[in-house]
Design a protein around this ligand. Structure first.
Ligand code: MTE
Ligand code: MO
Length: 413
């Protein structure tokens, strides 16, 4: 056992002893508990099902903050309910969605992917052909660069962790390394860019740097073990680990190797970051180091003073999370929260920390660091540096206030 784990367990045990509770705030069982024979033990249970669904008692755990642009149904976003989840993976049915023109209905039997432009042999692939190539499986987060954009607003939003930060999710993605297909097409390695185009009504198009395409780009066919969900790009999507979600073009139909960026609408009018000096940053690809405490978080009420578990997620598009510090005293002191294995590059990393709440009003914060040495900034510092003209790439520290009543709320602190 490494030192951080040992000290974590010691700390947890110490807090438990001091609180007079057993773990999780459970009560000591008296002689009559549990009931002699539970109702579920008196008759056989339900049968098998072809495709499982969550327990009926969990129906309220759904995607949240679903909003469409006025006059449309499919152009908008839905968010993962981060406050109801734990661990590092997002169930496919709760993965956030961002569609610019709805979810197309694509038959894998007729779908084709074209690779052309500056290549020796233009190639066209059916989905079955793609399934014959060597594949890799990688656990990575996907984050829309518009995630957390409400934190640019002057007042803290009255929104849950998921409604605020739920445009991030984490899956195991399985598919063909893009490099293999580009090599087969005889790509001109000197060509610096590739246009990626989706088969939806938005014809989502982005210019992808060749270096990323040849490095870790995946043509994803499977998500969490099953074929992609329609809303996440079925039957095939581009997946660019760590980069703003918009680059991971869903329903991929075309890759064109070109000598200059195409300057599509989604890299000129959209997905640029207007700074306070009036200049716009373009091609801002990696998602920066970030974290959020998911439990307790806005909208929850602590059941009383004593032992609680703080749980949250951290991630960085530039590498691996090395440290998450948590403050339970409004930022005066910070402790390292143990990271939950596996800690993978460009994946959500779970952190958890036992916390003995003394019942006084306070503020909870988390601050992530990655292996490039980048540290998540305080919100005020982030806004001072970037202004609040922008809507993308917000990654400042999230603060939750805890009132003496136990009520947890979003604050700027
Ligand atoms: N073809 C296509 N690809 C797309 C989009 C789209 O609207 N059409 N949305 C992009 C944006 S802005 C994001 S954040 C991610 C969202 O992926 P998800 O819906 O699987 O979470 O897909 C990207 N790829
Ligand atoms: Mo996005």
């Amino acid at each position: 056992m490494d030192e951080s784990k040992r000290s974590f367990l010691k700390r947890a045990a110490g807090l438990l002893a001091a609180s007079g509770l057993v773990a999780g705030g459970a009560k000591r069982a008296d002689a009559v508990e549990p009931p002699d024979v539970a109702p579920s033990m008196k008759a056989p249970g339900a049968g098998m099902s072809e495709y499982g669904s969550p327990a009926k008692y969990e129906v309220k755990v759904t995607r949240t903050g679903i909003r469409s642009q006025p006059g449309t149904t499919g152009s908008g976003a839905s968010r993962a309910p981060l406050e109801s989840l734990d661990g590092m993976l997002t169930p496919s049915g709760l993965h956030f969605e961002r569609h610019h023109s709805g979810v197309p209905d694509i038959d894998p039997a007729t779908h084709r992917l074209l690779i052309h432009g500056l290549v020796k042999r233009p190639l066209i692939f059916s989905v079955n052909a793609l399934l014959r190539y060597p594949m890799v499986s990688r656990i990575h987060f996907l984050e829309c660069s518009g995630n957390s954009q409400v934190l640019y607003q002057p007042a803290p939003p009255n929104l849950t962790a998921g409604q605020t930060h739920g445009l991030v999710s984490c899956s195991e993605w399985t598919g063909v390394p893009l490099r293999l297909l580009l090599e087969e097409a005889g790509v001109d390695r000197g060509a610096p860019w590739i246009l990626a185009e989706g088969a939806d009504a938005a014809a989502m198009s982005r210019s992808i740097p060749m270096a990323k395409a040849m490095d870790d780009a995946i043509l994803a066919l499977f998500q969490n073990g099953e074929r992609l969900r329609p809303e996440n790009g079925y039957p095939v999507r581009l997946f660019l680990p760590g980069w703003e979600g918009n680059m991971s073009v869903k329903w991929l139909r075309r890759l064109k190797v070109v000598s200059a960026p195409i300057m599509t609408k989604d890299e000129t009018s959209r997905y640029t970051d207007l700074q306070s000096d009036g200049k716009s940053l373009m091609f801002t690809y990696p998602m920066e180091v970030k974290s959020v405490i998911t439990r307790p978080s806005h909208g929850m009420t602590l059941a009383g003073a004593g032992l609680h578990q703080i749980s949250g997620i951290a991630w960085s598009g530039n590498g691996t999370i090395t440290k998450v510090e948590v403050s339970t005293d409004s930022g005066r002191t910070w402790v390292d929260a143990p990271l939950v294995a596996p800690v993978l590059p460009r994946a959500l990393t779970r952190f958890r920390l036992p916390w003995k709440w003394d019942g006084a009003a306070t503020v909870l914060k988390s601050r992530a660091t990655d292996d490039t040495g980048a540290v998540q900034p305080e919100r005020a510092k982030f806004i001072a540096e970037h202004g609040n003209n922008a809507v993308f790439h917000f990654h400042g520290i999230q603060a939750w206030s805890v009132a003496t009543s136990g009520e947890v709320k979003h604050v700027y602190a």
